[in-house]
Ligand binder design. Sequence first.
Ligand code: UDP
Length: 320
Amino acid sequence: MHALVTGGAGFIGSHLCEALLARGDRVTALDDLSTGSLENVSGAQDDDNFQLVVGSILDETLVDKLVERADVVYHLAAAVGVSLIVEHPLESMRTNIKGTEIVFDMAGRYRKKTLVTSTSEIYGKNAEGPLKEEDDRILGSPLKSRWSYSTAKALDEILAYIYFKEKRLPTVIVRLFNTIGPRQTGHYGMVVPRFVGQALAGEPITVYGTGAQSRCFLCVHDAVEAMIGLMETPAAEGAVVNIGSSSEITIEALAQRVIEIVGSDSPIEHIPYDQAYEEGFEDMERRVPDCTRARRLVGFEPKYALDEIIKMILESLQGR
Ligand code: UDP
């Protein structure tokens, strides 16, 4: 099997490439190295079955050529991270809307099965829990970066679904909830690598808002295994599938876990949202996935506990 992984040098993409290579697949990673890095694929580069193409999903000619050559497409390339989206909204929208349209155009042209990664941002402010795939989206104004991102990813889902329905192209939509692990950087806002980096440096741990908001953190290895399983499951075609951990923790408690595991004496500092992101920024209070569908389709069951993942991130930041 020859897989094209867009965003293959990114945090999740690079782990996906390694997992595919480990099974003996051939992998071409397409990445513009905007948030991905050569370092992320340095291990994969040792494998003769791996090729990195540095380029953009906005380059139609390139995407055309790469999709034609592949057997299946994992479309992960996207502008990700709340901070990045707030700071570079135009570029983020172009990548997430136009880029995905180009990938599906080519997948449709060459009839290549495509899995697209979406996000729990789809549910917006719906703080019910656990969230099922059919649950309502509750969004604020599209003029707020967070909700425009949610809307762009919803368009990606719509496109994947329409290609399935109208063109009979096999597509799979994976809605990833908070996914963490080695190689994720805190630069674009992701809370766990940020906290671990701050704790390591002895800097204050920046908890935004009250810290009472909660999240469920899944290890990237569990996410990747589920994605590969879903790609290979015919019953997942045309479906949208939540992937995430069901173990919930408040951000305040997360800060304390990180301080304890790192053995740091960093203080916790509370920062108002307006200061952390932008005026009028709205956070989600809670985001818990219902993964019944993933369990039914691929027997999804996370293997890594939060403490274990924090330790992995710590080791990776220490360069071990
Ligand atoms: N967060 C925080 N401090 C930081 C970065 C993030 O308290 O330095 C909070 C953020 O406001 C949110 C949670 O941690 O409530 C998860 O943030 P992340 O950006 O990792 O994921 P998402 O908001 O997309 O769930």
